[in-house]
Design a protein around this ligand. Sequence first.
Ligand code: SAH
Length: 434
Amino acid sequence: MERSIMKTIILRKGKEESLGRFHPWIFSGAIHHTEGGSALEEGDLVEVLSSDGRFLALGHWQIGSIAVRVLTFKRQPINQAFWQKRLSAALDVRRCIGVAGREDNDIYRLVHGEGDNLPGLVIDIYGPTAVIQAHSVGMHVCRNELAAALRETMGESLKAIYYKSETTLPFKAQLGQENGFLWGESDNDVARENGLAFHIDWLKGQKTGFFVDQRDNRSLVERYSKGRKVLNMFCYTGGFSVYAMRGGAELVHSVDSSAKAIELVDANMELNFPGDNRHEAFAEDAFRFMEKTPSYSSVATEVVAPLCGAVATSSGYSKDPSRPKGDLEGLYDLIILDPPAFAKHKDALHNALRGYTKLNAKAFEMIQPGGILFTFSCSQAVNKDQFRTAVFTAAAMARRKVRILHQLHQPADHPINIYHPEGEYLKGLVLYVE
Ligand code: SAH
């Protein structure tokens, strides 16, 4: 089918309103009919008109509830020059916020979908390698043009472009897409974040290979780590753990159910702190790990003088020889909870909130008086207030006195388009537990 002949979508009466507010999505229910001869093909560039024939936008069409992702509200050619202009604007933002063009930091998100006016597209930079991830069929169709535009934008600093969209495109579209290099090749998988080195697994890893969105929150963990016993739950490749080590933690335990992730944590530790035995990693289910850790209420009645807030370090409660070494001293005094999205859709909201409450209640039970809890939700379907209520319920269940010290969110290289509030997804709380 010829894709160069532009097809036209006519909206139902009154359905152009959200476009007037520059919202970049058109839902399938808003469409009245299509013009342009042949049938629409997923990934087609379409022109969108109001019911009275006014031009509204150009965007990519695909089957699903979000039928069109808007690229522009102006009539203009969508070609390499268009992509290049958008990519350069995105790079300017990353320079402005100070994550690009630095010696000690070459990991950052260059394109964050709607947040950079490029719906359906993610590009992460890992040193000389860019990883492109398409979340829409339209961006998949344009991948080579995008790669060419990216090379122009990044210049000499870029040596390879990897395409990783096998799991992010609709299966039913039958695109037969495979992960692989679109241009160049690189076997150097080490890149830097705030002076710390990380192996990036763009071949097999989650997302584009690394969780770029926790950079600023990791720096905050570093500030609180001195002399603390740190537990990093859902650690993936150990980002928070490596920062805690640099911050002077007394010990750091990293837990993830994926054995592959734990291998990467160990490799990242070796890269930054070779031979340092303050760190230990466990390939284990988070809930199982937490079940085996003593709780504040049991320790408090047996060995803690609750009024002065001191935990006895001598024996006094059960020492399970199968438990990790730091555990003999009992509770942790800095815990990070960064679980995967519990609710991928609104329908799963209720169960997700219960999940957050259960998880956080357990963490409140495992933390020393004077301890710090970093707790996150990356579920877009759970809003800030709902998350805070889930954590509040958990604190009450554990009967701990809790203060909110910081309210965290996604970093500036994951910007939110002001017309697309749905782009806000990461939220976190830093809590002081008395
Ligand atoms: N904090 C990480 C990102 C966490 S992503 C970072 O900064 O890079 C969520 C992680 O939770 C994934 O690595 C996944 O393997 C792990 N996970 C999912 N379910 C789990 C469970 N039940 N127990 C432990 N880990 C789990």
